[in-house]
Write a protein that binds this ligand. Structure first.
Ligand SMILES: [Zn+2]
Ligand SMILES: [Zn+2]
Length: 165
């Protein structure tokens, strides 16, 4: 069972959990669905702990595009990871917050469960500072684990990162 990490800002109390990033997130490219890479971040526009999009670098994309253009491989023969890179070749917008579609966010560092802390249950300092208030952000990997089974959401996005509803 995956563990969820709860994050909290020590100054303003903003909090949320990696649980928000669970479920299936996909791009729709013509009639294909390909998985959208994401992480949990803190969004400075909608002020939430939220899933955020992770985009490949231009170099990663270019490598695949060159392979296709040189005729070495057909797009429909690419594996899912390479096909995601290929599908994102014309992407214009920077990575988005998947709650409000804006771009101003920080990715939250993961915190590890270590046995010493498990005893005292002290939240762990992530080193990240909440841009809006200057507070330290702490992560707590000892919260309850949820398991929603089939109820995990499925969300579908365009290659520009806009949710299709
Ligand atoms: Zn704060
Ligand atoms: Zn947002």
């Amino acid at each position: 069972m995956p563990i969820s990490i709860t994050y909290i800002c020590a100054k303003c109390g903003l909090n949320g959990s990696t649980f928000s990033s669970w479920g299936r997130f996909q791009y729709k490219v013509s009639d294909k669905l390909i998985s959208l890479k994401r992480d949990t971040g803190i969004c400075h526009m909608c002020h939430t702990i939220t899933p955020v999009e992770i985009l490949p670098t231009k170099t990663e994309i270019q490598k695949i595009v060159q392979q296709v253009e040189s005729g070495n491989v057909r797009p429909d023969a690419l594996d899912e990871n390479s096909y995601r890179l290929y599908a994102l070749k014309d992407r214009q917008a920077p990575a988005r917050c998947l709650s409000c579609e804006e771009h101003d966010f920080d990715i939250l560092p993961t915190v590890e469960k270590d046995p010493e802390r498990a005893r005292s249950r002290t939240p762990i300092r992530t080193g990240l500072v909440h841009k809006n208030c200057g507070g330290q952000i702490y992560g707590d990997p000892f919260g309850p684990n949820f398991f929603m089974g089939d109820k995990l959401p499925e969300r579908i996005f365009t290659v520009e990162g806009i949710e299709i509803t």
